[in-house]
Unconditional design. Structure first.
Length: 223
């Protein structure tokens, strides 16, 4: 039920952090993985992990804010592997600027990657995906409002505090206080734990789950 043998997954933002964990977990579950990110040199490190798990890997330098590059990633995946079964929309950028001081350019930059990038990738994949395929957004409104008639399941993951390049920008003292007082688990999440949830959503075990945001936060949202 949890296997992905014979499946093909695309992971964006696969050059570091959670993207690496997703790619590794999908390969270990049996999927071949296409990796997209702006930093092409870092993608090879992730590809090595996929191949180390015995699966095929493809790397394509991709800026998800460019629809043409998103389409190119999907086209390359189909050319190499013949299909696309899973999309993990992991590419994202943080904004550390307070909302009252954020400039339009800064806001648009975040929206262009975190929202528009998800859409362009989902659009490109939706053109080739078959019924039963799976799109997994990292906390996007698309997960609530776009479950298409083609039988493609769309869900979102809402992570708590996981060690990544993004969370490394947060003040250590503040994070430690949140972990101590607001997270019942009392610790950082392991990226592999989040990746395991993504594998479940993409596998036959999650075939009846769609239009949901799955919170993986060590209990922070219930405190």
């Amino acid at each position: 039920m949890f296997g992905l043998d014979g499946k093909v997954a695309i992971v964006t933002g696969a050059s570091s952090g959670l993207g690496v964990a997703f790619a590794k977990a999908f390969a270990e579950a049996g999927a071949d993985v296409a990796l997209g990110a702006r930093r092409a040199d870092r993608l090879e490190e992730t590809a090595a992990l996929v191949r180390g798990a015995g699966r095929r890997a493809l790397t394509v330098q991709t800026d998800v804010t460019d629809p043409d590059q998103c389409q190119a990633l999907v086209d390359a995946t189909v050319a190499e592997f013949g299909r696309v079964d899973v999309l993990v929309n992991n590419a994202g950028v943080p904004s550390a600027v307070p909302a009252t001081r954020e400039t339009p350019e800064e806001f648009r930059s975040v929206v262009d990657v975190n929202l528009n990038g998800c859409y362009w990738m989902a659009q490109a994949c939706g053109r080739v995906m078959e019924p039963g395929s799976s799109i997994i957004n990292l906390s996007s409104v698309l997960a609530q409002q776009w479950t298409g008639r083609k039988g493609i399941r769309v869900n979102a993951l809402a992570p708590g505090f996981f060690e990544s390049e993004m969370t490394a920008q947060l003040p250590p003292d503040g994070v430690q206080m949140i972990l101590q007082w607001r997270v019942p688990a009392g610790r950082w999440g392991d990226p592999a734990e989040l990746a395991a949830t993504a594998v479940w959503l993409a596998s036959p075990a999650g075939a009846y789950v769609t239009g949901q945001t799955i919170v993986v936060d060590g209990g922070m949202s219930i405190t």
